[in-house]
Design a protein around this ligand. Structure first.
Ligand SMILES: Nc1ncnc2c1ncn2[C@@H]1O[C@H](COP(=O)(O)OP(=O)(O)OP(=O)(O)O)[C@@H](O)[C@H]1O
Ligand SMILES: [Mg+2]
Length: 305
């Protein structure tokens, strides 16, 4: 592939949420800080919401890495589309309770409770991280709320972090879930990157993968990338990967507008604004469009600073 061509040590735009490639964009940094501060202060319930592909799973993995095992015991459930009993069973296994699949529900709760007390006495805080929290059935959410009732006189025995798509907010807006909603102490929203964010994100990922120089993408290519991805990291990765492939196939030393145009044309999820920009730069009236577009581009650039 293009690794050798661009002297990369590894693929810069892989779709796997790899913490080594974490770019501390304002919104992600703020969410991570809130999570760390809240957990260190033993706050009960925290929620992080973000559109598809904005980096929730990556944030969850980063959080797991950032919590010191001397102080925290973590339980990570990547897919909580489970019944209440299945959720409890997963939690029990994650925090080291030896249970079989056939333990009755009431016994399971008692076992979890005594294990949580044991861990609290050993000076450990237990954090349950639920990714894809918007997929949780209503009854399971209720079971989750009851689990957070477990507490000592001083603090909660279980802290919960919910990571989910905006549907999670819609779900929590339901009247019958207001009790749980009221317990959410901190909420954060992951926002897409702005133009400067996209530029720095691309440079950062190129640098992290060992690229000799991080200005591999022309400014115009980056602008079209921003328009076509609307700053969503997963879309940025998909488009950059395809644009690099296109540059490699054409034997080019860097990624120009033409490579980005190929990538956008090949990606059905690319936003229409990006497709429009590609048209602008290739159509008959390209110079007129470009003049108008360039003014907009400069305005955004100035605004992004
Ligand atoms: N701040 C960031 N720094 C570096 N890469 C990021 C960042 N945010 C997201 N990504 C990358 O974007 C891609 C999508 O991230 P991730 O899978 O975490 O999104 P998600 O919000 O969990 O998506 P979904 O809603 O589909 O579950 C991954 O390749 C991830 O590495
Ligand atoms: Mg995810």
């Amino acid at each position: 592939m293009y690794l050798q061509h661009f002297s990369f040590a590894e693929t810069p735009f892989s779709l796997t949420p790899d913490t080594q490639f974490f770019y501390a964009w304002q919104s992600h940094k703020a969410a991570l800080n809130t999570l760390l501060v809240a957990l260190n202060n033993s706050e009960g319930f925290i929620k992080v919401v973000g559109e598809v592909g904005t980096g929730k799973t990556l944030l969850g993995r980063l959080l797991l890495k950032s919590l010191s095992p001397q102080r925290f015991v973590t339980a990570y459930i990547p897919n909580p589309h489970l019944s209440p009993d299945e959720l409890k069973l997963c939690l029990a296994q994650e925090i080291g309770v030896a249970v079989s699949d056939h333990v009755p529900a009431h016994q399971l709760t008692a076992l979890i409770n005594s294990r949580l007390i044991e861990l609290a006495q050993a000076g450990k805080q237990v954090v349950l991280i639920l990714d894809e929290a918007q997929t949780m059935p209503r009854k399971t959410i209720e079971a989750l709320r009851l689990l957070t009732n477990l507490e000592t006189e001083k603090r909660k025995l279980l802290q919960i972090v919910m990571l989910g798509q905006p549907e999670l907010d819609h779900m929590l807006a339901r009247d019958d879930l207001r009790q749980l909603k009221q317990r959410i102490v901190f909420s954060e929203t992951l926002k897409p990157l702005d133009f400067m964010g996209v530029r720095n994100y691309v440079a950062f990922r190129l640098h992290s993968s060992g690229a000799a120089h991080s200005q591999l993408f022309s400014l115009l290519a980056l602008w079209c990338l921003y328009q076509a991805s609307q700053g969503i990291p997963r879309l940025i990765n998909i488009l950059c990967h395809k644009a690099l492939l296109s540059a490699y196939a054409a034997g080019k030393p860097s990624v120009d507008f033409a490579c980005l145009r190929c990538a956008i044309a090949d990606t059905s999820e690319a936003r229409w604004t990006g497709k429009l920009w590609c048209l602008q730069f290739t159509g008959k009236w390209w110079w007129a469009y470009s003049l108008a577009g360039f003014s907009g581009f400069l305005l955004t650039l100035v605004g992004g600073r």
